[in-house]
Each structure stands twice: as C-alpha cells, then as structure tokens.
Design a protein around this ligand. Structure first.
Ligand code: NAD
Ligand code: ZN
Ligand code: ZN
Length: 344
C-alpha cells in the first residue's frame, strides 16, 4: 500500500476542487520529492481549474505553482540538491535543455516545457514531485510562506518590468494591483522607476500608494489612459498589464508613450482589439512575457533577501481553497493568499 497525502484536486473544469487523499509520489532517477510548507494561490490556478486557455491540463490534476518546501527524498543521480534543502516548485517545472531557446537561456518558451500545477501536479498537496534542475533555490533567511508568492508573482513581474525596457527615472504604468501587481510596484520602486498604479478597486490603489506608487488611477472612474496622459504627459515609457480582464489590455496599449513598450502578462481568455494606426505611428512595442528563466528566479529572490520586496500574504489552510478561489474571482483577495501546510 502506498502512503497517502491530502491534496486539492481539479476533477472537472469549472467545478469546485475536491479535497481528497492522493498517493504520495515516489521518486524515480533524476527526481526529487518536496514536502510542502507553503504554496501561494495564483490567479492562474483559477484559469487552470476552469480550463480557460487553449492549452489545457488534463483532470484530475493538482494545481499550485508557488509551492515551497523541504527536499525529503532524492532519486539516483541527483546532485544539485540534497535532502533538507528548501526549494520552490515553479510554473516552469522543466524544459528540454537542448533546443534553440534552452541553449540561449530562454527556457520559458521551450516547446517541451512542463508546467507545475498544470501539466504536472503542483503544490496544493502535502508533497510535490519535482525536477531538481528547475526548482527555485530558496535563499537562507527567506521563510517558505514569504518565498511562495515570489516564485510566480515575483519572478513574472520582475521579468515583465525588465521587458518594458523602462529606465530608472522613467514612468511605468502597472495595471492590476493584486498578487502580481503589488509585487510589481515594489520591484519597480527598487529599480528606480516612477510608478502609476491602475486598478478598479480603491483598496488596492491605497495599497499601491503605501508601497510607493507615485500616481494611482481607478479605471472604473473613466479612461485611465486619458488620466495618465494628462498627469504625466504622453503616457508611460513602460506598461505592465497584470489585470485578468480584457478591457485593461486595450487601455494598457493606449497608456503607452511613443516608442514605449507595453508588456502583457495577465491571461484572461480571449482577444483584444489593437488600434493599428496608433501602434504603428507611435512606434509602440507590444510584447508578451511568460514567468521567467532560472536566472531571473535567482535575481527576483535576491530582492527579497535584501528586504526591497516583501509579499503581503494572508495565510489559509488547504481546506479553504474553494472559498479562496471564489474571492479571487471577485477581486476580494487583498494581495496573495498562501496555503500554510503547518496548519491543517
Ligand atoms: P489577482 O486576482 O491577484 O489580481 C488581479 C488584479 O487585477 C486585482 O487587483 C483586480 O482588482 C485587478 N483588475 C481587475 N480588472 C481590472 C481592470 N479592468 N483594470 C485594472 N485592474 C483590474 O491575480 P494575479 O494572481 O495577480 O494574476 C493576474 C493575471 O496574471 C492572471 O490572468 C494570471 O493568470 C496571470 N499570470 C500570468 C503570468 C505570466 O507568466 N504571464 C504569471 C502569473 C500570472
Ligand atoms: Zn502564477
Ligand atoms: Zn528546450
């Protein structure tokens, strides 16, 4: 008889997760087993459980790609981590290591990439099977619950800001100040940018202000691009859209300064209209950005070790997952919920 663990499982798209016993995975050669201490709940987990995207996971599966824990078993041949190490099992669960993208350290777009909590079972469970070559190495001095949001929300916004090419002293507009956005504000601040925060919730905007945003705009009270252009003249040099809402995308492009870059990271299902003449005549770049590489991971975590970035977390037990999803869906999570596996 194999040993069992508690897991929250997507049995069917669009249905509540089912808390159930699941076999604790056993390590094969080249694999490790991680005992989960904490796992953040990302809006992506909600998209996964609803089957929102063209590439779909296959139920039953265990979501969660912000899982942090201690290595409790290593398969043969594993040398890069050892038992007792604290690691994170991220969205980029593994990649091939050999394709043109992997060779250039652009492994997030590897065609063979596997995704944690999506194509591989994730951190909404007491144990996670992981690929030691792709886990996040959690620096000493960073608690599991504090590291959890950084391995998706943190790395994604850190990389996204870099991809805007905005330089210190220039303006970045961050649309969506939730799990991703509240960390984006902190990274942008630490990187010397001036920040315009956009959300549809005044509480989120007050939080952005406390975290150092120079300007806040409520997109429910009018067109945020008009307000932004009036306030700072000409739009933001960089725009980062984290909002899981299609209208935010058209607004984000309109907020972009001439020759600026609008980076898309939010992933609501669907398409959005692009005003071609404005984009062409203003020489605007629109680019997608997908989590980050292992190199980005180490850099994103270092900001937290230095105290420049700190996730604002609310701890909850695994058993609260369906209630948390409901709140996420309605924008009722102030920043990031982290499942705490020390409380059951
Ligand atoms: P979240 O629910 O914690 O935060 C979303 C925020 O957007 C909330 O504060 C909400 O009030 C705000 N918002 C909603 N509609 C808005 C609008 N029209 N304008 C401005 N703000 C609006 O979600 P999250 O965990 O931060 O994830 C956000 C999105 O990013 C999701 O779609 C998720 O799948 C995606 N994501 C992408 C990547 C990537 O690699 N590209 C990584 C992680 C998450
Ligand atoms: Zn995520
Ligand atoms: Zn590859």
């Amino acid at each position: 008889m194999s040993k069992k663990m508690q897991a929250a499982v997507v049995m069917q798209f669009g249905k509540p997760l089912v808390l159930q016993e699941w076999d604790i995975p056993t390590v094969a050669a080249g694999q490790i087993l991680v005992k989960t201490e904490a796992c953040g709940v990302c809006h992506t987990d909600l998209h996964a459980a609803r089957g929102d995207w063209p590439l779909k996971p296959t139920p039953p599966f265990i979501p969660g790609h912000e899982g942090i824990g201690l290595v409790v078993a290593v398969g043969s041949g594993v040398t890069i981590v050892k038992e007792g190490d604290r690691v994170g099992v991220p969205w980029l669960y593994s990649a091939c290591g050999h394709c043109e993208y992997c060779l250039k350290a652009e492994e997030t777009v590897c065609a063979e990439a596997q995704f944690g909590g999506y194509t591989k079972n994730g951190g909404f469970a007491e144990y996670i099977l992981a690929d030691p070559d792709y886990v996040a190495h959690i620096p000493k001095g960073l608690a599991a619950k504090e590291a959890a949001p950084l391995i998706c929300a943190g790395i994604t916004t850190y990389k996204g800001i870099i991809e805007t090419k905005a330089r210190p002293g220039e303006w970045i507009a961050i649309s969506g100040i939730g799990g991703l956005g509240h960390l984006a504000v902190q990274y942008a601040k630490a990187m010397g940018l001036r920040i315009a925060a956009i959300d549809i919730d005044d509480g989120k905007l007050d939080h952005a202000k406390r975290l150092g945003a120079d300007l806040t705009i409520n997109a429910k009270k009018g067109d945020p691009s008009e307000v932004l252009k009036k306030e700072i003249g000409g739009g933001a040099h960089g725009v980062l859209i984290t909002a899981p809402s299609l209208p935010a995308f058209k607004q984000g492009v309109a907020m972009t300064r001439k020759r600026g870059t609008c980076v898309l990271v939010g992933l609501p299902p669907g398409e959005f209209p692009v005003p071609l003449f404005d984009v062409v005549a203003n020489c605007i770049t629109i680019r997608g950005s997908f989590v980050g590489t292992r190199g980005d991971m180490a850099e994103a975590l270092a900001f937290a070790v230095d105290g420049k970035v700190k996730a604002d977390i609310e701890l909850q037990p695994l058993s609260a997952i369906n209630k948390i999803f409901e709140r996420l869906e309605h924008g009722d999570v102030p920043s990031r919920v982290v499942l705490d596996f020390s409380s059951k």
